[in-house]
Design a protein around this ligand. Structure first.
Ligand SMILES: [Zn+2]
Length: 341
């Protein structure tokens, strides 16, 4: 039995097509998951346009934001059964003996391999998932939303774990993509006043940030940053995909403030970091997520405290992946969601 899959087959730009692939076989500690929905991530787009900066194991099925039903369990699997509704984390392969893994920080294990680049991902009907990264999804939470647990976890790690935000803080998020908007929503949950900054072309995406109770700013955010006491914003979340935005973050942050960088940008920096020193600023990176973050984000999605519906721009069958990718690529939608056929 073969199923249609969105396959990234070579490093050249545009090397993505639908291929028929066999149903995966599972190991003793794995389950076979029948995918209900899979979100399109910026990293899927980057592999398609070939401007990614990580090694890819070609050919590979794209997609790492997914949920569905368990249809088969391995011989050593305990606590999971056929029919369970689940979402999966992204760390498909880790070294259990790596010191980072042993601290529970397997997201920072340098040998970690994820779905969609290291192993076959979820833009297809069936995917093999180790039981250690499964999380239960309650019946009340639709898969179209639950499949976006992953980017919500990226935002939770950046804003809640890796930043220090207190109620009443003024927080500026640079970049109105999926991660930027979800970081803004998380900062609102932390009790901050939040502004999301973008360009003229981001007008539509910034309007969605307003639905989360955020200020939308096109261009210069200096006035908003300095509004309270003239010193700058307490925290800047850099969720843009360009190095130059760090310069803006350094201008907007207040002395003794905090900058968390979650957006990737391969370009070298062309400016001085002296402001970081002079202002006594903390600069923090944030990468991926781990088990406790997933449990907490699922609780937020289930209770309705965090609502991802405003960012979903549409649901397409995977055979129409091209349209779904294009719409996100051009910023017409924040997040495209696919459905296997
Ligand atoms: Zn992602």
């Amino acid at each position: 039995m073969k199923s249609a899959a969105v396959v990234n087959y070579a490093p050249e730009k545009g090397s993505v097509e639908i291929r028929e692939i066999p149903k995966p076989t599972i190991g003793d500690d794995d389950v076979l998951l029948e995918v209900a929905n899979v979100g399109v991530c910026g990293s899927d787009l980057h592999q398609w346009t070939a401007d990614h900066s990580w090694p890819v194991n070609y050919p590979v099925v794209l997609g790492h934001e997914f949920g569905g039903h368990i249809v088969e369990v391995g011989s050593r699997v305990v606590g999971w059964k056929e029919g369970d509704r689940v979402v999966s984390e992204t760390a498909a392969i880790i070294d259990p003996n790596n010191p980072m893994t042993r601290q529970g920080l397997y997201n920072l294990d340098p040998t970690r391999k994820g779905f969609g680049y290291g192993v076959n991902g979820a833009m297809t009907k069936f995917v093999r998932v180790p039981m250690r990264i499964l999380h239960r999804v309650p019946d009340s939470l639709a898969f179209e939303e639950a499949c976006l647990t992953e980017p919500c976890c990226v935002a939770f790690n950046a804003v809640v774990e890796n930043s220090r935000i207190k109620p009443g803080d003024r927080v500026i998020v640079l970049g109105p993509g999926t991660i930027g908007i979800l970081c803004a929503a998380m900062a609102r949950l932390c009790g901050a006043e939040v502004a999301v900054v973008g360009l003229e072309a981001d007008r539509h995406r910034l309007a969605i940030a307003q639905q989360y109770g955020c200020e939308a700013i096109i261009g210069d955010a200096t006035e908003w940053a300095k509004k309270r006491d003239g010193l700058g914003a307490d925290c800047i979340i850099d969720a843009a995909g360009a190095s130059i935005t760090l310069k803006i973050a350094l201008q907007l942050v207040r002395p003794n403030g905090h900058i968390t960088k979650v957006g990737w940008g391969p370009q070298p920096l062309g400016f001085s970091l002296d402001a970081l020193v002079q202002k006594n600023v903390t600069l923090q990176g944030s990468f991926s997520h781990n088990w406790p973050i997933w449990e907490r984000v699922l609780a937020l999605l289930t209770s309705g405290q965090l609502d991802v519906k405003p960012i979903i721009g549409g649901v397409w069958p995977i055979t129409e992946w091209h349209e779904a990718f294009e719409k996100m690529h051009h910023g017409e939608v924040i997040k495209s969601v696919l459905k296997p056929v």
